[in-house]
Write a protein that binds this ligand. Structure first.
Ligand code: PBG
Length: 333
């Protein structure tokens, strides 16, 4: 029970807000570079940094430029990056074989970053959407997403990433049973130290729009992802999904999108006490960036406030496209 507090004027709650130093003393949460995971997009070619129109300031980079970006991130103190491939429509197929090709853009980037920037943690995305002709995270047959067959493909994809040197496998596909399948495949192939950060509570969200531009999936995608991603109306279901993924061998869990789902972050953290991450997704980034470019909000202020909200909601860290900007802000650069 909460102890009763004295009434006014014995209690004047403004007392502890009267100066910057007092406010620092009583502040309950803090955001540091340690909380950041930076998603980066990798594409074909060399010496390429291609802007993504719907995500101002975010680039698709060729492998050499991803390495430079990883170096910069490590120098800023950012502990981890998350690699996403951009694939053109010509690189996509119905059987998604590109997903477990050791030479795909993501796997080449993993190996290059591991060699050049060994201290940075590498997280990778497991889902078929970036290799699938129709933009879905799983195989499609007669208009339906085929769960178990997809899961087998995701295992191959995860193993190829682990072989390339990924430290954290991030299944973002929302198929049933894939965490257990990936975990046992990792165990059986001497990758027992490779971690899984499950996109456990991932909602079918309109906030992913700019990301689908970034990875080349916008034109490819037919229909929606509602048979596998969650209904924004649900909260108890998120708890069941997180519990399921933890019992199947996930080391860490994620809630996605971020800011519209802070209630889910808090419930997940309070219920399980597991390392909990939020993904501040592309649409959230785009909204803050666009409004600040219009002069309607202050960029740095809103960026930092948005990240503090995740800490307050119980998150241990945040995947955010703002990561380098936040690190520079915190380092006064
Ligand atoms: C696909 C995937 C998506 C994101 C990360 N992995 C999009 C989707 O599910 O359609 C979204 C990230 C963002 O919007 O920033 N498996």
């Amino acid at each position: 029970m909460r102890p009763t507090q004295a009434s006014f004027p014995a209690t004047r709650l403004r007392r502890v807000r009267q100066s910057p130093s007092i406010r620092k003393m009583v502040s309950e949460n803090v955001i540091t570079v340690n909380d950041l995971i930076w998603p980066v997009f990798v594409r074909s070619g060399e010496k390429i940094e291609e802007p993504i129109p719907s995500m101002p300031g975010v680039m698709r980079r060729s492998v050499d430029k991803v390495v430079e970006a990883a170096r910069e991130a490590a120098d800023l103190g950012i502990p981890a990056i998350c690699i996403f491939p951009y694939t053109s429509i010509e690189e996509r197929t119905t059987d998604c074989v590109g997903a477990w090709n050791p030479e795909n853009h993501a796997n080449r980037a993993i190996r290059a970053v591991k060699t050049a920037v060994p201290e940075i943690v590498i997280m990778t995305d497991v889902a078929l959407d970036t290799y699938n002709i129709n933009g879905h995270d799983g195989f499609v047959e007669n208009g339906k997403i085929i769960n178990d067959l997809t899961s087998e493909a995701l295992v191959k994809m995860a193993l190829a990433q682990a072989d390339a040197g990924s430290d954290i496998i991030g299944p973002s596909d929302m198929m049933d049973g894939r965490i257990g399948a990936i975990r046992s495949a990792l165990e059986n192939s001497k990758h027992q130290d490779v971690m899984i950060l499950s996109y456990a509570a991932k909602y079918a969200s309109g906030f992913y729009g700019p990301f689908r531009d970034a990875v080349g999936a916008s034109d490819a995608l037919t229909g929606d992802k509602k048979t596998y991603q969650m209904d924004p109306a649900n909260s108890d279901e998120a708890i069941r999904l997180v519990e399921r993924d933890l019992t199947e061998g996930a080391d860490m869990v994620m809630v996605k999108p971020g800011m519209p789902y802070l209630d889910i972050c808090r419930r997940v953290k309070d219920t399980f006490g597991a390392p909990t991450f939020a993904y501040q997704v592309s649409g959230e980034y785009a909204m803050i960036t666009a409004a600040s470019q219009n002069g309607w909000i202050e960029h740095d202020k809103v960026m930092m406030e948005s990240l503090m909200a995740f800490k307050r909601a119980g998150c241990d860290g945040i995947l955010t496209y703002f990561a380098p900007a936040v690190a520079r802000f915190l380092n006064n650069l």
